[in-house]
Write a protein that binds this ligand. Structure first.
Ligand code: CUV
Ligand code: SF4
Length: 631
């Protein structure tokens, strides 16, 4: 990469991030020519307008085809597909990829529960037996005269069934209010199973299958529901069974969680199955001794992205940063090992690590990374693998060049662990008090801010400005994913942040000792937001669409975020996207997702890159919903 002069560097850093703790490392990376996603985005300019507006189709060998959005060039692909269809199919493709990513992660958790229950997994045991029994009852799994492992096995098998095609219904959708389920039924989008909807999506986007754009998009809604109320919800619930349901805890966040005198192990990706074992292995006194023998004062684990969120929620493990921090974390020069599972890991990450002594360890057969050391996770040998990885990290510590280490700041404290169960506990046992303060108007409503980082938006700016504007307007914010990590870095996940809230929300937060922004977990834990919304609606006897709620993904990039946004909207939650989806090449598709869906699922999308304007859209929406409810 070309080197740049100091003034340009300062300017670039200010353009790229609002995170003070990241700036010194970013500067150094620019000085030394350590390439990051921001640099690569710059080199990609100008990005392809056909791709950006969704009118490029590369689905078959009659193509590739593209439609001229200005109506001066071709209006149809070789097969005859028009802009509406090409855009809709691309959208369904992206959405289904995202749903598949979440759900395949969910399946691996179920398989681990199964193997744990039948004594084939190493290092795991069922931690939340209350939830196990609760879910068994929900699924109609017999529990009488059975021990936990027997119940675990049957629960795992019953949930694995949800992926198949025999039952033709997903059990957890019964958690949704009757009114919401009636909407799905009327629209023909009740999800039938997890795998079925995704496979059917792949079928529908084949040349010569779905030719009606609206029908293609409707199936997208159904597929997204099979993720939110299916694959993701199973991932969340069964992770709770295996590793414990999160309780309110406190921890630290930002690049300052890396330690100059410790063996730093970063856990990056989404699936907590291996990283939970690493947390366990790191507690072994023998390991700690080994670290001391190599000259370190101990072992320091820190998360990135959603693996980080999973460990933070359940174990209080600190978080080094969100998606765009992955390269910066390596650029601190203090990382012995970055363990990756899958999703949101830059394919070039091993090259970044190669600028230092750092090693990338890939652990999933599905997600091998060139230049990484591959140490494959299998539940049967998970604990052994975790120990081997830790040893490798410790042995790499003496290779670190301390002169190149740059730990840029002190970590920020944060409070996390807000599962629905933990929220209820904080409220004295039920969600009723939350409904009451919403009804009284002290809290106007609630908004889920979720999703990624994207170098097209200044790092964390979209998340933080939106969250601040909402809490100021007495709107409770719940967050997952990289949005939650952003808020952590900015200090919004602290009870003290209540000072930034409007009077009503401030009073409620202070009386409960909670922050105005609640960290509810990883991306699959967006399912916790669905459960929360469903329970609130059930208390009031209304559909989710009638509640004063909204969703937002200010800095999203991933196909998973399309699935999440779509199941929010399908569930009746108005959702604002900060990055435009690739649909602007079709006015019909825009009309459908931005307004037509109101007639189908009583909610729609909006696109608003400016977080302050997005907050205004959301406030107006929430006030309208309140009016309709007469509160
Ligand atoms: Ni799953 S999907 S960048 S890590 S939130 Fe973060 Fe969260 Fe998006 Fe990825
Ligand atoms: Fe072109 Fe149609 Fe093939 Fe797409 S499916 S590449 S539009 S011919």
């Amino acid at each position: 990469m070309k080197r740049v002069d100091f003034k340009t560097i300062k300017h670039k850093v200010e353009e790229r991030t609002i995170v003070e703790a990241a700036k010194p490392v970013m500067e150094m990376a620019l000085e030394e020519g350590i390439e990051t996603a921001w640099d690569r985005l710059e080199i990609q300019q100008p990005q392809c307008g056909f791709g950006q507006t969704g009118v490029c189709c590369n689905r078959c060998t009659l193509g590739p085809c593209r439609i001229d959005p200005f109506e001066e060039g071709p209006e149809k692909g070789v097969c005859g597909a028009d802009a509406d269809l090409i855009v809709a199919r691309n959208f369904l493709d992206d959405l289904s990829t995202g749903a598949a990513a979440h759900s395949d992660h969910g399946r691996e958790i179920l398989e681990t529960l199964y193997k744990t229950s039948v004594g084939q997994a190493q290092g795991y045991d069922i931690q939340d037996t209350k939830k196990l029994n609760h879910i068994a009852a929900e699924l109609g799994v017999e529990t009488k005269n059975k021990d936990n492992n027997e119940i675990g096995k049957d629960v795992a098998l019953a949930l694995l069934e949800e992926f198949g095609t025999i039952k033709n219904s997903i059990k957890f959708i019964d958690r949704a209010p009757d009114k919401t389920r009636e909407i799905w039924k009327a629209a023909g989008i009740s999800p039938r199973s997890v795998d079925r909807e995704i496979v059917e999506s792949m079928h529908r986007i084949h040349m010569g299958v779905g030719a009606n754009y609206a029908n293609v998009l409707l199936h997208g809604l159904r597929t997204s529901l099979s993720d939110g109320w299916g694959g993701s919800m199973m991932a969340t619930e069964v992770s709770d069974i295996l590793f414990g349901t999160p309780e309110i805890n406190s921890s630290h966040v930002n690049l300052g969680t890396l330690k100059k005198d410790m063996v730093n192990v970063i856990l990056h990706g989404h699936n907590p199955i291996l990283s939970e074992m690493l947390v366990k292995a790191a507690q072994d006194p023998e390991m700690k001794k080994l670290a001391r023998e190599k000259g370190a004062s101990g072992i320091n684990l820190a998360g990135i992205c959603c693996t980080g969120n999973e460990l933070l929620m359940r174990k209080g493990v600190p978080i080094a940063g969100n998606m765009l921090d992955q390269e910066l974390a390596l650029a601190t020069g203090a990382v012995e090992v970055m363990v990756v599972d899958y999703q949101c890991i830059f394919p070039s990450i091993a090259q970044t690590a190669g600028c230092f002594h750092s090693k990338i360890i890939s652990t999933s057969e599905k997600s091998k990374v060139s230049g990484a050391v591959h140490m494959e996770l299998h539940p049967e040998t998970a604990f052994d693998t975790a120990n081997k990885i830790l040893k490798l990290a410790i042995e790499n510590y003496p290779n670190r060049n301390q002169d190149r280490v740059k730990i840029p700041a002190e970590p920020v404290k944060m409070v996390a662990g807000f599962s629905v169960e933990a929220i209820k506990k904080a409220l004295g046992g039920s969600l009723k008090p939350l409904v009451d303060v919403i009804a009284s108007g002290k809290i106007r409503g609630a908004v889920g801010i979720v999703g990624c980082n994207n170098p097209k938006i200044k790092h964390d700016y979209g998340h933080i400005e939106l969250a601040k504007a909402l809490i100021k307007n007495n709107i409770l914010v719940v967050e997952t994913g990289c949005a939650a990590i952003a808020s952590g870095k900015a200090g919004l996940l602290l009870p003290e942040a209540a000072e930034l809230a409007g009077e009503g929300l401030k009073e409620v937060c202070k009386s409960l000792g909670i922050p105005p922004v609640l960290h509810m977990g990883s991306c699959v834990d967006c399912s916790r937001i669905l459960v929360l919304a469903a329970e609130l609606a059930n208390i009031l006897g209304v559909g989710i669409d009638q509640l004063p709620l909204a969703g937002a993904a200010p800095e999203w990039y991933s196909q998973k975020a399309i699935s999440i946004g779509s199941y929010f909207v399908s569930s009746g939650v108005f959702t604002v996207l900060g990055i435009p989806p690739k649909i602007f090449g079709s006015q019909n598709v825009i009309n459908l997702v931005a307004s037509g869906l109101n007639d189908v699922v009583h909610a729609a999308f909006a696109v608003e890159p400016d977080p302050v304007a997005a907050a205004q859209l959301i406030c107006d929406h929430i006030e309208n919903k309140r009016k309709a409810l007469n509160i």
